[in-house]
Design a protein around this ligand. Structure first.
Ligand code: G4P
Ligand code: NA
Ligand code: NA
Length: 194
């Protein structure tokens, strides 16, 4: 998506060898206009596929997920994070290990908000190692829900997230921006998806 790529070029900052800071429009301050355009793009990519619900993980997944939910006219559920995995009859839970932060979080979704009748679209802000996506898949599987696909704002294609997701059986993964490499502090994109 051109507008997103341009915004990344203008406002993104490469920090450390492989981290892109985008806190001026996505991860801290949020640009609602850009966010809404991204929601419409997700709606276009996943139109006519019977999506009944969008799943994401707090915190940074919520903004793009809500805009996609608005455009697709379906509810949005964000998994909550907690330090430990307390098994409960009331919630679907999964463990998510963060390579970036080197910590593990449990994520949970209340059973009232996800069922076997649902056709879910998974949305997240970044695809790096794919652990968040795998956690959401695990939760959707526990519910017996059908996964329609996954929509990602920024994919770092030089990291194994997409392949890990495919290996776990996820199909129909669309990223609005795919980063091929960081070169001398500059972002180089993979050719844009149709
Ligand atoms: P994964 O889900 O793809 O496995 O991601 P990973 O463990 O590598 O990353 C952990 C956290 O770091 C995630 O946020 C992820 O979105 C974020 N992240 C990964 N790579 C980048 C990057 O290049 N830039 C930025 N800004 N963030 C990155 P989180 O822990 O879920 O935090 P939150 O922001 O949703 O609260
Ligand atoms: Na995230
Ligand atoms: Na994040």
């Amino acid at each position: 998506m051109k507008a997103l790529e341009q915004r990344i070029q203008e406002d993104g900052r490469v920090i450390e060898p492989d981290i892109l800071k985008v806190d001026s429009f996505l991860n801290h301050q949020i640009d609602p206009v850009l966010m809404q355009e991204m929601g419409k793009e997700f709606a276009r990519l996943f139109a006519n596929q019977g999506v009944t619900k969008i799943l994401t993980v707090e915190a940074s997944g919520i903004a793009p997920a809500v805009m996609a939910g608005l455009a697709l006219d379906v509810p949005v559920v964000f998994a909550r994070k907690s330090k430990s995995r307390i098994l409960s009859d009331d919630a679907f839970t999964a463990d998510v290990y963060s390579f970036t932060k080197q910590t593990s979080n449990a994520i949970r979704i209340d059973k009232r908000f996800l069922s076997a009748d649902d056709h879910v679209l998974l949305i997240d802000d970044f695809l790096a190692n794919g652990q968040a996506l795998l956690g959401l898949k695990e939760i959707a599987d526990q519910a017996g829900a059908t996964i329609v696909g996954a929509g990602i704002v920024i994919e770092k294609s030089f990291q194994p997230g997409r392949q890990n997701a495919i290996d776990a059986g996820l199909e129909n993964i669309h990223s609005l921006a795919r980063i091929a490499v960081f070169e001398d502090g500059q972002v180089k994109f993979v050719n844009e998806e149709a």
